[in-house]
Design a protein around this ligand. Structure first.
Ligand SMILES: N[C@@H](CCC(=O)OP(=O)(O)O)C(=O)O
Length: 518
């Protein structure tokens, strides 16, 4: 193993999945040899001046072994109980191994809500920073006991990407039971080719098969690794998928790859190194606060804007701030300074009778009442009443929280439990319960679901189509509300100069601040 560093000190996060910690079937014996090689690698990296964070799964697996069980059971409570049994023993195992080489460790257990609350996020950041400065190796896992199923990180790949952003890591190593990302599942397809360097995660997602390579105990697979890579590379962390048995390859990967003193463009021959997949960090990493707003912050509601306002907030001069003139609708309730989704509503043209032939017509001018023309001169703002939304599902998703799901939309039901879980857990939401509607789209259904095709005004009550004009609503960003949802609803569409007239006071000329375009 390499003993001398040729690279400047870096911050390195190493994530180990359940499959690397315990055997996948009864009696779930720990992989002691592998764990020992991780410990030796981490201690060597430390001796070279690097700061190292471990993200370790395995609590449930260790819990199963302790209780001499063959299966972990399906229910959340069983998993939580097993994780509670296993976590203490897991950290004891790590402490035992690391103490053989005199390396102190610390346990950090996080939940999604710790990340979405700015104060808790900053506290976690301070703790990490202090530990790393003290030469300690923090060992992170999800705090499964208090994680509600719908708002769990769910897999430790995502948790490791978030940990990487918190510590501003240079590298995230996702150690797993395959060497790298393949063009197809190598277990079924012998022609599957390794993908060694990825510059654009979204592009590669469309080109490769991410059919799960996870094991019976782990929750991740290749698709969660792509999500993790997307989050981490956006924060400026080069992300590497490699086999946990090849942990010593970490040394040559960091030696040849980008680092604090070497740009991505200065590392042209990465295909020649050890077999692994390197997701190169973004050249311009998102600033910590911006990244947190985009990926950490919990959104308590939605502000729907028109196209002109969207164009305005995407301009640098806007400073990421939204004026009330461009707001067309508000989904709440949310309090001032809570996170909100920014959704742009734009007109699309229906070319034919079929719902499948809708084209977005970018040439249609936006409402003149926008940030471009805050006076709203000559403009007419569209405020379609939510009841005009065509389908019950869309009406529920885009309407206020009081609209109950219709019987024909049973899949909406979990949304309610999700939002109430968040409302009851998030201290910010206690006084103002979180909105259950749009929130569910991104939290529950993922980014793909952030596109809400709201067919407004194009359908009669009987469901038939009557007009060629339809609307779509697309989530475009996140920001911090400067007023609460009731206040923004009252001042939507007006000039900032009139806020005081309407509300009796004016906190800010903007309704949403610190907007991050996704
Ligand atoms: N937090 C849990 C499970 C997390 C999990 O399964 O993660 P992974 O094995 O990385 O897919 C544990 O420690 O057992």
């Amino acid at each position: 193993m390499s003993g001398k560093t040729k690279v400047p000190p870096m911050t390195i996060v190493i994530k180990l999945g359940t499959s690397s910690i315990v055997s996948p079937s009864y009696p779930f014996l720990p992989h002691l040899q592998l764990l020992s090689s991780i410990v030796e690698t981490v201690v060597t990296l430390r001796s070279q001046g690097h700061r190292v964070v471990l993200v370790s799964s395995g609590a449930i697996g260790v819990g199963l072994r302790r209780m001499n069980l063959r299966e972990r059971g399906k229910g959340l409570q069983q998993k939580q109980a097993l994780a509670a049994i296993g976590q203490g023993r897991l950290i004891a195992l790590w402490d035992n191994l690391f103490s053989q080489l005199d390396q102190p460790i610390a346990q950090i257990l996080l939940t999604r809500m710790d990340i979405s609350d700015r104060t808790r996020y900053l506290n976690a950041q301070n703790t990490f920073s202090e530990l790393l400065q003290m030469g300690v190796v923090p060992i992170v896992n999800e705090n499964d006991t208090v994680s509600v199923s719908e708002i769990k990180f769910g897999d430790n790949d995502t948790l490791s990407a978030i940990s990487s952003a918190i510590v501003h890591a240079d590298y995230l190593f996702l150690l797993t039971d395959v060497e790298c990302l393949y063009t197809d599942n190598p277990r079924n397809n012998p022609d599957a080719k390794p993908v060694r360097v990825v510059r654009d995660v979204e592009k590669v997602r469309q080109q490769v098969s991410t059919s799960t390579l996870g094991t019976s105990l782990g929750t991740g697979g290749m698709s969660t690794k792509l999500i993790a890579a997307e989050l981490a590379t956006a924060a400026g962390t080069t992300t590497v998928v490699m086999h946990s048995g090849k942990v010593a390859d970490i040394f040559s990967v960091i030696e040849k790859g980008p680092g604090p003193c070497r740009e991505v463009s200065e590392t042209p021959h990465l295909e020649e190194g050890p077999l692994c997949t390197r997701f190169l960090r973004r050249e311009t990493a998102m600033k910590d606060r911006k990244w947190w707003i985009a990926h950490g912050l919990h959104s308590a509601g939605t502000v729907v804007i028109d196209e002109g306002a969207y164009r305005a907030i995407t301009r640098r001069e806007s400073g990421g701030r939204l004026l009330p003139a461009g707001v067309v609708r508000v989904e709440g309730p949310f309090a001032s300074h809570q996170g909100v989704r920014i959704v742009v509503r734009r007109r699309i043209r229906n070319n034919g009778p079929s719902r499948g032939s809708i084209d977005v017509d970018d040439s249609i001018p936006s409402s003149p009442t926008t940030n471009d023309t805050p006076s709203g001169a000559g403009g007419q703002i569209h405020h379609p009443h939510p009841s005009t939304l065509a389908s019950p599902a869309l009406r529920y998703l885009t309407n206020n929280s009081n609209v109950a799901p219709q019987p024909e939309t049973p899949h909406i039901q979990p949304v309610l439990s999700l939002s109430s879980s968040i409302a009851s857990l998030d201290p910010l939401s206690r006084s103002v319960p979180a909105s259950p509607a749009i929130h569910a789209l991104t939290e529950k259904l993922g980014t793909a679901a952030s596109l809400i095709q709201a067919s407004i005004g194009g359908h009669q009550a009987d469901g038939s189509s009557s007009s060629s004009e339809e609307w779509e609503e697309v989530e475009v960003g996140k920001g911090l509300a400067q007023y609460n949802s009731v206040e923004i609803d009252r001042i939507k569409g007006i000039k900032s100069a009139h806020i005081e007239q309407v509300l009796g006071y004016s906190e800010s000329e903007h309704v949403v601040d610190s907007i991050t375009i996704l």
